[in-house]
Design a protein around this ligand. Structure first.
Ligand code: NAD
Length: 252
C-alpha cells in the first residue's frame, strides 16, 4: 500500500511513538486520525498534521466505535490502524516494605495495553473489511505495539511484560483470523525509545539505559519507530510477525 492511499487511525497519537508515527505518515502523504485520551496535546498534533483528533479511551467499546465512525467519515475509509496507546508501571511482586503487587494495578495494565489493543484491532478489522481489495486481496493492515519486555521482562515488570507478551501472542492468530478479510496483522517490539513515557526518568538512568544498547549506543528516536510502521504498511508481504527494533538490546 502506498502512503498517499493510506488512511490511518493511530492510538496514543498525542504523544511519543504514536505522535511520531502520525508525523512520519502525514509527511509521506497519508491521512491520519489520532485517538487519545489527552485532549490538550491530541488536537494540537492533529491540527498541525491536517488530521483529525478524537478523544478516545481504548478500553471502552463505544468510545473506540465512535472514533472509527468519525475516522471513516473524515478520511473516507480506514485501511491502517496503529496501536500505540499504552501505560507502564514498575511494581515488584513482593516489595521491600512487605507489601504485595496490587491486583488492581496488574489488571489496569492488562486492560489498557492488552484488552485496549485488542479492542482497537477488532474494531479496525470491522472498519476495514468492506474496503475495495488490492490486486493481492489486501484491504488493510493493523500494527500493534508490544515491547522487548515481552521477551526480556525485567524486575518490576510482571504486569507490563504480561500485557506485552499478550500483544505478541495475539498477532499470529489474529492474522490467521483476518486472512479471509485480506487484513494483515503485525506487531512492533520497541527497545528503549526517548518518549514522554521515559522522560520522567533521571538523566543518569537514561544514560545507563543507553549504555546497555549494543549498537548504536543511544535510545531509539520515535521517528525510527514511525519509519518501521510505515515500512510495514508499504510492504504487503509482512504478516503475522513481531519485529524487534532495539539496537540489539537484550535486557538482563
Ligand atoms: N517508549 C519506549 O521506550 C517504549 C518501549 C517499548 C514499548 N513501548 C510502548 O509503546 C507504546 C507508546 O509508548 P510511548 O513511549 O509513546 O508512551 P507515551 O506515554 O508517550 O504515549 C502513550 C499515549 O497513550 C495514551 N493513552 C494511554 N492510555 C490510553 C487510553 N486508555 N486510551 C487512549 N489513549 C491512552 C496517552 O495519553 C499517551 O498519549 C506503549 O504501548 C508502550 O508500552 C514504549
Amino acid at each position: 500500500m502506498e502512503m498517499k492511499d493510506t488512511c490511518a487511525v493511530i492510538t496514543g497519537g498525542a504523544s511519543g511513538l504514536g505522535e511520531a508515527t502520525a508525523r512520519v505518515f502525514a509527511d509521506a502523504g497519508a491521512k491520519v486520525t489520532l485517538l487519545d485520551r489527552d485532549t490538550t496535546r491530541g488536537p494540537e498534533v492533529a491540527a498541525e498534521l491536517g488530521g483529525t483528533f478524537v478523544e478516545t479511551d481504548v478500553t471502552d467499546e463505544a468510545s473506540v466505535q465512535n472514533a472509527f465512525t468519525t475516522a471513516r467519515e473524515t478520511m473516507g475509509c480506514v485501511n491502517a490502524a496503529v496501536n500505540c496507546a499504552g501505560i507502564v508501571i514498575a511494581e515488584t511482586v513482593l516489595k521491600k516494605d512487605g507489601g504485595i503487587h496490587s491486583l488492581d494495578s496488574y489488571r489496569k495494565v492488562i486492560d489498557v495495553n492488552l484488552a485496549g489493543t485488542f479492542n482497537v484491532a477488532r474494531l479496525a478489522a470491522d472498519a476495514m473489511k468492506d474496503n475495495a481489495p488490492a490486486p493481492d486481496g489486501n484491504r488493510g493492515v493493523i500494527i500493534n505495539t508490544a515491547s522487548i519486555a515481552a521477551f526480556d521482562g525485567q524486575r518490576g515488570q510482571a504486569a507490563y511484560a504480561s500485557s506485552k507478551g499478550g500483544v505478541v501472542g495475539l498477532t499470529l492468530p489474529m492474522a490467521r483470523d483476518l486472512a479471509r478479510a485480506g487484513i494483515r496483522v503485525m506487531a512492533i517490539a520497541p527497545g528503549v525509545f526517548m518518549t514522554p513515557m521515559l522522560a520522567e526518568l533521571p538523566q543518569d538512568a537514561l544514560d545507563t539505559l543507553a549504555k546497555d544498547v549494543t549498537n548504536p549506543k543511544r535510545l531509539g528516536d520515535p521517528r525510527e519507530y514511525g519509519q518501521l510502521a510505515k515500512f510495514i504498511v508499504e510492504c504487503g508481504y509482512l504478516n503475522g510477525e513481531t519485529i524487534r527494533i532495539d539496537g540489539a538490546l537484550r535486557m538482563m
